[in-house]
Design a protein around this ligand. Structure first.
Ligand SMILES: [Zn+2]
Length: 429
């Protein structure tokens, strides 16, 4: 019974959830104690970004940082992206295995950004993973390029730091994990317009626009959206209660099950977000990454949750509050991430594995053109006139061009066949 209650609380209170439960309030009239941010453990976002900046400066051979900005109706957002490549001159080498990781999409999940710093410290070789062969690690890291977004939702995070500890949305009240285009805006019966506000339209938010551009230009093999609120390894879909069909989906699940077994003693929830949490989420980043950006391995990891904490005590619910748990979470999850890098890179380099992998990565002309145009737009800015042509028209021209080329080829081949046939002896067998 106690287990069932705990499980229910876990489901209802997870960061993923929109439901605001008041049962603990009803049971007791005592005011709920609110845990403040533990400043011994957690840096401010400014201090965190300064520390990451200093780390990047100390390791310019491996790391570099870019800052992107976007504005919508006076609302400004900034995205810091750190790129790791063991040999920086090979950063554009498209044969490398590409990994994109985002932390802090939900403002109140501070622990996720601390994990970003830990992973970057290990990549810079200022910190080390216990029980990992350094030679094996070096071999893996030579094959990969990693882009890390340490704090995706900087504006929301500032609100949390100012005392709004339950804020998960961006600086103007939109849930960035509901602002993407796959099944956007659909509302379930338990929809909470406060927590799950999807915004005025898909990609209405500058943060989501910047992340989409980043994913289109980088074209990763692995995407992980890192959250907290429970312990889970999720794969698509969030907007339906099933996982995708096919071999690639089986590979994704096998990777999660292996990681869960090796690093967490099988205690994490594994499966589709929509099928495992008990409710559906529409317009999420991971569903877009899998369905539209065609990232072959698209995940959402939930790295910590205190199911016993009150729903009003948000800092405690989403973040470890003592040294021991804080360090345990960072140690376990950083080890798990490096194991995932190794598994992913190994899968790509294995010729037996690569065929189905590449097959599943084939994209449609529409998706290709979407990505191509977004990338060109980034590169040349918005002044080029040809970009003002709508996507629809360009797709139509492209299809007409393909069709006419095929017809010309057909006419040409049939003429050659006719002229050759007259010279050949007839076959009578
Ligand atoms: Zn979250």
């Amino acid at each position: 019974m106690a287990f069932h209650l705990q499980f229910l609380v876990l489901l209802l209170f997870s960061c993923f959830s929109s439901i605001r439960c008041t049962s603990d309030h009803n049971l007791s009239q005592q005011p709920t104690p609110i845990t403040p941010i533990n400043r011994d453990l957690y840096r401010t976002s400014v201090a965190l970004m300064e520390e990451i900046g200093a780390l990047v400066n100390r390791h310019q051979d491996k790391l570099h940082m870019e800052t992107f900005q976007s504005t919508n109706k006076g609302y400004k957002a900034e995205l810091n992206v750190v790129t790791y490549c063991r040999n920086r001159t090979a950063i554009e080498d498209k044969s490398k295995f590409r990994i994109l990781l985002s932390f802090g999409q939900h403002a109140r999940e501070l622990i996720t950004s601390e994990l970003a710093l830990r992973i970057l410290s290990i990549l810079s070789e200022e910190q080390f993973l216990p029980k990992v062969d350094p030679l094996l690690l070096k071999k893996t890291l030579e094959k990969i390029v990693i882009k890390v977004v340490p704090v995706e939702n900087l504006n929301g995070r500032k609100k949390v730091e100012e005392g709004d500890l339950c804020e998960r949305r961006n600086g103007r009240g939109v849930d960035l994990n509901r602002n993407w285009s796959v099944d956007w805006g659909k509302k379930e019966k338990d929809f909470d317009p406060y927590e799950e506000n999807p915004g005025a339209a898909p990609f209405s938010e500058p943060e989501a626009q910047l992340m989409r551009k980043l994913s289109m230009s980088f074209d990763p093999h692995i995407w992980v959206n890192v959250h907290s609120g429970m312990e889970a390894l999720f794969m698509p879909y969030d907007h339906k209660n099933t996982t995708p069909s096919g071999l690639q989906s089986q590979k994704m699940k096998l990777m999660l099950e292996t990681l869960n077994h090796n690093h967490f003693g099988d205690r994490c929830v594994v499966g589709s977000g929509g099928g495992s949490v008990g409710y559906l989420a529409h317009g999420t980043t991971t569903d877009y990454m899998y369905d539209v950006a065609r990232v072959p391995m698209s995940y959402t990891f939930e790295i910590y949750g205190d199911e016993k904490a009150s729903s009003k005590d948000c800092f405690k619910m989403f973040n470890p509050v003592d040294h021991l748990t804080f360090n345990r979470v960072l140690n376990e999850w950083s080890a798990m991430f490096f194991a995932m890098f190794n598994m992913g890179a190994h899968q790509m380099m294995d010729p037996q594995e690569s065929t189905p992998f590449n097959m599943d990565h084939l994209i449609s002309i529409d998706d290709y053109l979407n990505g191509y145009l977004i990338e060109r737009k980034n590169r040349y800015g918005e002044k080029k006139e040809f970009l003002d042509l709508g996507l629809q028209e360009i797709r139509t021209y492209f299809r007409l061009f393909l069709l006419s080329s095929v017809m010309l080829m057909f006419m040409f081949c049939s003429r050659i066949a006719k002229s050759n046939r007259s010279h050949l002896p007839s076959i009578s067998l």
